[in-house]
Design a protein around this ligand. Structure first.
Ligand code: ADP
Length: 404
């Protein structure tokens, strides 16, 4: 019988590895940290353990395996290693194959590999994390939690593109949606805050971080989401353009001689808040610059924020077509949880949906707080801090309990 002690949660990127040791029932984080600049000689690992923060340089070959070995050593010294009962991995793309948490075996790893063509930057990095953790924790079960899984309930009319049908049949080109773990978590939290069963709740959830996505949740299930075949679709983000006229790509290639790799860089890394403002992808920097003075720098910072807030409001309004009721709007992610400015600008453009902001509440509910930022006679708008790591720990433990 599996007993859930603590779950080690791993979120592996191509040059970074985030980890948290979490008690799955309470969500209590015992240790967390980040290995970054992996695959370079500057590779280092930062670990937060009981109010103590340590930063160590990693040894050659500066890879994910070394990072996990260093983590194992630290957890051993802190007498925590025997307290770990499983490893939960964030995996970005589960395609149509995975709509549930999944125990990792060789077949699952092969499927994640096959799905790499849909997520070439993310799935291979997630697999590196899985392999490194399997080598370090040979006896522990490992579970994959997919970022796309929550959106597998989307109906066909929401996930199909108006492209020749065979591109869906033969190449799996369709909308998948991302940030599923976050939209799932904040929906559950919002239902609790509203004291209503989740299967009777309908929400529009706005996850606004470096990546941004909006999701329509009907009776607790995702029915549409703004990110699509890749995380590039939808509203503009920190450095991603979001949806643009695909004709712009032909123009860039045919008239300006961009290569496909240039277009990829432009749309994923040089656009969004950064590209428009010509200053920063960081919302805080833009707010400070926009409010500080009246020069051309502040004008562009304000323009970037204006376009951002307008696109968020338009996307939220469009998702009302996916729902028959709307219990509340949810803001989450670094910007959604903290930026009173963005929240106010967005809600000001949604008065047709009966949102009336409570300015004082909006200025107060930040920095980890949750609650309603609208007036009593308004439709509620809840700020809910996300906690994807807790979902991964909780779903990992639940799956293992179910199958043991
Ligand atoms: P990621 O998607 O990488 O997890 P986060 O969810 O942490 O990112 O969100 C990062 C964004 O949140 C940045 O644009 C940052 O400026 C913004 N942010 C964080 N704190 C604040 C704040 N107090 N006010 C405005 N924006 C904030």
């Amino acid at each position: 019988m599996f007993t859930a002690k603590n779950v080690l949660v791993i979120n592996c990127g191509s040059s970074s590895l985030k980890f948290s040791l979490i008690e799955p029932n309470s969500g209590k984080t015992l240790v967390n940290g980040l290995a970054e600049r992996l695959m370079t000689e500057q590779a280092s690992i930062t670990i937060n353990n009981a109010n103590e923060k340590n930063n160590l340089m990693l040894a050659a070959p500066f890879d994910h395996k070394i990072a996990i070995e260093q983590l194992v050593q630290i957890l051993t010294e802190a007498n925590l290693i025997s307290q770990i009962s499983a490893v939960g991995h964030r995996v970005v793309h589960g395609g149509e194959e995975y709509s549930q948490p999944t125990l990792i075996n060789d077949d699952v790893k092969q499927t994640i590999t096959n799905l790499s063509k849909l997520a070439p930057l993310h799935n291979p990095a997630n697999l590196v994390g899985i392999e490194a953790a399997q080598q370090a924790f040979t006896t522990l079960p490992q579970v994959a939690i997919f970022d796309t899984a929550f959106h597998q309930t989307m109906p066909e009319k929401a996930f199909m593109y108006a492209l020749p049908y065979e591109l869906y049949q033969q190449e799996s080109i369709r909308k998948y949606g991302f940030h599923g773990t976050s939209h799932f978590f904040v929906s559950q939290q919002a239902a609790t805050l509203l004291s209503k069963p989740i299967n009777q709740c309908s929400f529009i959830s706005a996850h606004l971080g470096n990546g941004c996505s909006i999701t329509a949740v009907k009776n607790g299930e995702s029915v549409d989401s703004s990110m699509g075949f890749t995380p590039l679709e939808g509203i503009m983000m920190g450095t991603r353009s979001g949806s643009i006229d695909p004709g712009i790509i032909f123009y860039l290639v045919e008239q300006l001689n961009y290569s496909l790799s240039d277009v990829n860089q432009l749309l994923n890394k040089k656009s969004g808040l950064l590209g428009l403002s010509q200053l920063s992808n960081d919302c805080r920097t833009l707010e400070q610059t926009a409010l500080a003075s009246n020069d051309s720098k502040s004008r562009l910072a304000k323009l970037a924020l204006d376009v951002f807030c307008y696109q968020i409001a338009k996307s939220i309004a469009s998702f009302s077509a996916s729902l028959t009721a709307l219990d509340c709007l949810i803001f989450t992610g670094g910007i959604g949880e903290n930026s009173s400015y963005v929240r106010e600008q967005v809600l000001a453009q949604l008065s047709l949906l009966n949102f009336v902001i409570d300015v004082e509440q909006n200025n107060t509910i930040r920095l980890g707080a949750s609650g309603n930022i609208c007036k009593e006679n308004s439709r509620p708008c809840l700020v809910v801090p996300t906690n994807e790591e807790w979902v991964i720990a909780e779903q990992t433990a639940s799956l293992l309990q179910k199958i043991s």
